[in-house]
Every structure is written in structure tokens, then in C-alpha cells.
Design a protein around this ligand. Structure first.
Ligand code: GLN
Length: 482
């Protein structure tokens, strides 16, 4: 049987029918990702042995007639910051060199329970600090865009999106977003990326970036793939007290729903200054071309505070989270020299990249006595206003639609010419929904200069269903998949 070109859904059906030799299949997939990785750097670790062992196990399970799991035999890649038992998990940082978690994160545990096979850890900006996957940790390689290797995959889940787009076998990626790290690379690589409501998916076993913002979510080739993986990983978890009480939900069943009329808000702040006009035009054309979509312009006046609010909160929280990496508990160790402060400084100086160091300094500053009220606390207050802005809009509209990224996937040499603030500003469409913790998806909606463009669909807290129904409707109409 030919495994290539099978969609996730077709593959899972074939496994149930007993038509797929899982060991053979997984070996073929591993060979292929090794080949792709040589030129594109999507994986920081390929867990070949574990994957084959898992495949053997599942084969035995099937032989015994246990062919229940919702992801039976399906290859799943995992962003490096999400812990997997027995597999190096370093959040893309040298400071976690040698760390092999003795446990699975809740999301990974659930995936394994459903028969998903972990094929490796995907590359990312160090700890998630970036939008282009160029801030990789010391010794890590920068992933390249599958459409043009001179361009960025987007970040920070660049490896996850890159391999999803490049791999011609059924696969879903487990990724993570703090301020846009699922949507951005999904958009630049032409994939679907779903960021769930904050608290929908357990963060247990995630190497934190910013605790009040981090969300684990899927990147897939199709809307169905994201809905399927979300169904598996979502749920309340005793190990993460910020998870929301919720029942089991099969998100794939919503994709069959035909909502008669969808009310769409087009927030004008996401189509103005800083956004490539060609992208704005494309998104508006797409929205206008689909029947049964009622849309009108609206305004979210607090949008302009999205980026500064995000960076203040994210950096403040990151600076406290990184304090635990001191070379004494886990990860990088150096020969003991000098007093604790000297040792600690040496470990951080050798283990962390420039952006991580910068964020520790800026975040610490924003939390310091005397500045705390002016920066961190103020950002928290503005966050509430951004949430209220969205809440007001969702009284009127089912979803809001915007571009995902304001520019085409950039070339590496273009990025190197940008000032830091200019880079941060490119998060202008993705920071606000992340700050608010609302669910959003990026789906491919066309190409400009042969490069994929993503469209962002956002809905109110816990309304993943609306996001998915609308995303599927566009996917079907645009004929992006069957
Ligand atoms: N680009 C944002 C940052 O640099 C968001 C990254 C993320 O979501 N991890 O912080």
C-alpha cells in the first residue's frame, strides 16, 4: 500500500481496516523526515527508536483486536518545549542540554494513549522568543521555509509548520503559542494552525515561556487535522490548575455543520498601517467571495496596545521563568568555579542566546520595585481592556477575520536589517488574540508571489466550534482540500 499522499483521515481509516503495516510505515516516515531535515532543519531530535518501539506496540494492540485509539499509528511531531518522556526536550536552548524528562506532558500522554506515535522534537526560537525562528539557541540550526529556503518559516513553532507543509505523509504537529507562535509559522508555511482558548489544553509538562499566555495547540495540513488533535489534547487537568472545566468534545463533528449565515466583523485596525496592502486586499476578496458570509467593518480601538501589552507581560513572566535555569538542577552544567553568582552567570552566559538575555533584562526591569506599577501592572490593566474590546465585538459578530501576518514570509537577509522594535511590531495581528486568550485559527487563503498567505479567524473564549465551522467553510469554498 502506498502511504504517501494519504490524508490523516484516510490513513486512520486504513489502519482500522488493518491495511497498514505500522512498523514499515513509521520507518518510511522516519527516513523521509531525516532526508528533509538535512536541508531544512525542522527537527532538533528525531526519536527513531522510540517511534519504532511505539509502532511495534500498537501493532500488537491491533493484533489483539484493540484498535480503539483516535490517533492509532499517526505520526505526531512535538515542539521542543513540550516534554516527552525519554526524549531530549530543550525548548530549543543550550541551557537545557542533556535534559531528558522522566515524564510526559499531559498533551503528549493523551496523544500516546490514543495511539499517536511521537516522531521527534521540532525546532523553535529559543524558549519561543521570536516570530521567525531565527532566534534559535546556541548550536541549533535555523529552519527554512518550504516554499523558498532563503525565507523564514515564521516562529516560534517554525519546525512544526515546516515539517507539516513538507511531509507528504499523514502527520500532525503539536505546537505552542504565547503570542502568535502557532498562527505565524502556519501562515508562512501554508498550513492550518489552531490556537485554543487559554486553559482549554493543559500546560503541564510545557517548558514555560509566559504562564498567563502559553497555549498548546495543533498545526496540520487541514482544518480536520487540527480539530482531531484538539479533541484529544483538550480537557481539565489536575496537574494544571488553570485548565478550564469542560467535558469531552469531538471537534471534528462540527466540521460537518453548515451554519446558514455567519456574521463576520472585519476590524479595520488590522488592515491599515504596517500591513502589506496586497495581503489586506486578498483577505477582503476571499471573505467577499464566499456565499452565506455577512461581513462588515468594525473597530477594535485597543488593537494598537496589543504589541506593547503582550511584550511587557510576556517578558516579565519569562524573566521569572528563566531564573530556574542556573546550571544546578537540570540542563547545562559547568565545572564549579567561583561563588554561586559567578557560576550562575557563567552558565547563563554560555547557555542562553542574545534574545533570551535581552528578555531577562527587559522583563526584570519591568517588574522591579518602582517600575512594576508603571509597566507590568499597567499592561495587565490594558489587557482587560483588550479583552473587553473583543467581548463587545463578539456580541455582534460570530467571528472576526484579519490577516495573520502583515508581510510575506521574509527573507533572512531582510530580517537581519530590521530593528528589534520593527520585528516585534510584525506581531500586530497575532498578539491581541493571544493577550486576550481567545481561540483563533490561521488558514491558508491564497498566494502572493508564490508564497502562502494566512487568514486569521478569531472567536470568543471557548468558541472553538465557531472558529472551526467558519474555517472549514472557507477551506471547502477555496478548494484547499477535499
Ligand atoms: N513573536 C512573539 C515573541 O517573540 C510570540 C512568540 C510565541 O508565541 N512563542 O514573543
Amino acid at each position: 500500500m502506498k502511504y504517501k499522499e494519504l490524508s490523516v483521515k484516510e490513513f486512520l481509516d486504513e489502519v482500522k481496516e488493518g491495511n497498514i503495516d505500522l512498523e514499515d510505515f513509521i520507518s518510511e516516515v522516519i527516513e523521509e523526515i531525516k532526508r528533509i531535515n538535512e536541508s531544512f532543519n525542522y527537527f532538533v531530535y528525531i526519536s527513531e527508536e522510540q517511534a519504532i518501539a511505539q509502532a511495534e506496540n500498537i501493532k500488537k494492540r491491533i493484533k489483539k483486536g484493540e484498535n480503539g485509539g483516535r490517533l492509532l499509528g499517526l505520526p505526531i511531531s512535538v515542539k521542543d518545549c513540550i516534554c516527552c518522556e525519554g526524549i531530549p526536550s530543550r525548548a530549543g536552548s543550550k541551557i537545557l542540554e542533556g535534559y531528558i524528562p522522566p515524564f510526559d506532558s499531559t498533551a503528549v500522554r493523551k496523544i500516546k494513549e490514543e495511539g499517536g506515535i511521537i516522531i521527534g522534537k521540532t525546532s523553535q526560537d529559543e524558549f519561543g522568543f521570536g516570530s521567525f525562528c531565527t532566534n534559535v539557541g546556541i548550536g541549533f540550526k535555523i529552519p527554512k521555509n518550504p516554499f523558498d529556503p532563503e525565507r523564514s518559516t515564521g516562529g516560534s513553532s517554525g519546525g512544526a509548520a515546516g515539517i507539516t507543509a513538507s511531509l507528504n505523509y499523514p502527520h500532525i504537529a503539536l505546537a505552542e503559542s504565547t503570542g502568535g507562535s502557532i498562527s505565524c509559522p502556519a501562515s508562512f508555511c501554508g498550513c492550518v494552525g489552531l490556537t485554543p482558548t487559554y486553559g482549554r489544553v493543559s500546560r503541564y509538562g510545557l517548558i514555560d515561556f509566559a504562564n498567563s499566555l502559553d497555549k498548546i495547540g495543533p498545526i496540520g495540513k487541514r482544518v480536520y487535522d487540527c480539530a482531531l488533535l484538539l479533541s484529544v489534547i483538550a480537557g481539565e487537568d489536575n496537574m494544571d490548575q488553570t485548565t478550564i472545566k469542560q467535558g469531552e468534545e469531538d471537534y471534528t463533528k462540527y466540521l460537518k455543520e453548515e451554519k446558514d449565515e455567519v456574521k463576520i466583523g472585519i476590524p479595520k485596525e488590522y488592515f491599515g498601517e504596517g500591513v502589506d496592502e496586497r495581503i489586506s486586499k486578498l483577505i477582503l476578496n476571499v471573505v467577499g467571495s464566499v456565499e452565506g458570509m455577512e461581513y462588515e467593518e468594525c473597530s477594535l480601538p485597543y488593537t494598537k496596545y496589543g504589541v506593547p501589552t503582550y511584550y511587557l507581560i510576556a517578558l516579565s513572566e519569562a524573566s521569572t521563568n528563566l531564573a530556574k535555569f542556573c546550571g544546578m538542577r537540570y540542563g547545562l552544567h559547568l565545572p564549579l568555579k567561583g561563588d554561586f553568582n559567578e557560576y550562575f552567570s557563567n552558565v547563563r552566559s554560555e547557555g542562553l542566546g542574545d534574545e533570551a538575555k535581552r528578555r531577562i533584562i527587559l522583563g526584570t526591569f519591568a517588574r522591579m520595585k518602582g517600575y512594576r506599577d508603571r509597566y507590568y501592572i499597567k499592561a495587565m490593566k490594558i489587557r482587560t481592556m483588550i479583552i473587553n474590546d473583543f467581548k463587545k465585538a463578539f456580541k455582534k459578530y460570530d467571528v472576526l477575520i484579519t490577516p495573520t501576518m502583515p508581510i510575506l514570509p521574509p527573507k533572512f537577509d531582510e530580517l537581519s536589517k530590521l530593528e528589534l522594535i520593527q520585528m516585534y511590531m510584525l506581531d500586530l495581528c497575532t498578539n491581541p488574540p493571544n493577550v486576550a486568550g481567545i481561540p483563533h485559527i490561521s488558514i491558508p487563503c491564497g498566494k502572493i508571489e508564490g508564497l502562502p498567505i494566512g487568514m486569521q479567524i478569531m472567536a470568543d473564549h471557548m468558541e472553538e466550534r465557531k472558529v472551526l465551522v467558519v474555517a472549514r467553510k472557507f477551506e471547502k469554498e477555496l478548494n484547499l482540500s477535499g
